[in-house]
Design a protein around this ligand. Sequence first.
Ligand SMILES: *Cc1c(COP(=O)(O)O)cnc(C)c1O
Length: 354
Amino acid sequence: MAFSIDNLLRPHIKYIKPYSSARDEYSGKEGVFLDANENPYGSLTGEPFNRYPDPYQLEIKEKLSFVKGVRPTQIFLGNGSDEAIDLLMRAFCIPGKDNIILLPPTYGMYEVSASINDITVKKVNLSEDYQLRPDAILSEVDKNSKIIFICSPNNPSGNKMKREAIRTIVRGFDGLVVVDEAYIDFSDEPSFTTELAEFPNLVVMQTFSKAWGLANLRLGMAFASEEIIRILNLIKPPYNISGLTQQKVLESLENSNKIPDLVRKITEEKNHLIEALIKLPFIRQIYPSNANFILVKVWEAKKIYDYLLNDLVIVRDRSKVILCEDCLRISVGTKEENEFFLQILEKYEPLTTH
Ligand SMILES: *Cc1c(COP(=O)(O)O)cnc(C)c1O
């Protein structure tokens, strides 16, 4: 069976009438607004937060469209990528019946969201070098498989997936393939948004939380066909992106030319960090990273984690994660932070020798 959104969609979603907000029914900017039960006098902060924001964030999408090379109607904005992940599952997966396919070790939110929505998770591990195994993945597909989540560059391993392997999966699957590109700005690989025209079942996710430095504002992006974006807009909460977030993101978009320099600086710091770590005797392996963090295999990860914590340096202990035994995930900090981290780590004395 070929891919068709109508077949894939949960049947009842087709008949949903969207909530029609005051701003849907009249979207003009001028007038005496007596339609949304807002406080007409203003807000307690003295700033104009008393009016509801644009439910479809059109000004942002207009600007983003130029940065990302997709039409505004191909953009969904969510309260973090987490919202897009959740909405995709709610639109396409029938609770208690359908399944999604995850490729561990990978980002934890896919499984959390699936559990909340009572969606079965099938798992196909990445290879030892954290690459996709397209044949194994496609052979796991059954008639209830609706979404495959691919994270590239991958969290927590840091590497990008081979492009042709992603294509093989997108071509070979009649459900949706989500390519989560949260770390794409740190990679030399072009985004899969360039392939949206070719693949109607492709959804590309990105975020303002990493390279853009806006994790606190909570803004995630999904790029897909107009059909898929229409569905996400249909089922999202009406005012999912606050006016404050919209305002600050618009400001950031005016300065998007600064991103390459920021990325270069972080990448330089990452390379310094790798050079220094490689010299330490208890570092067994540093995995290739196309992201703003590195995965490092050590001896006795938990001990090193606790040792660092004692000096209030907090890294991520991933040693309980499949294929990440004895691994720590280290985000690249500022020059000063990285120096402080290294200074402490260099003094670490393993109790046992290997
Ligand atoms: C950090 C991260 C995100 C971003 O999530 P937000 O909700 O947008 O902050 C998405 N996917 C992966 C794999 C991440 O590591």
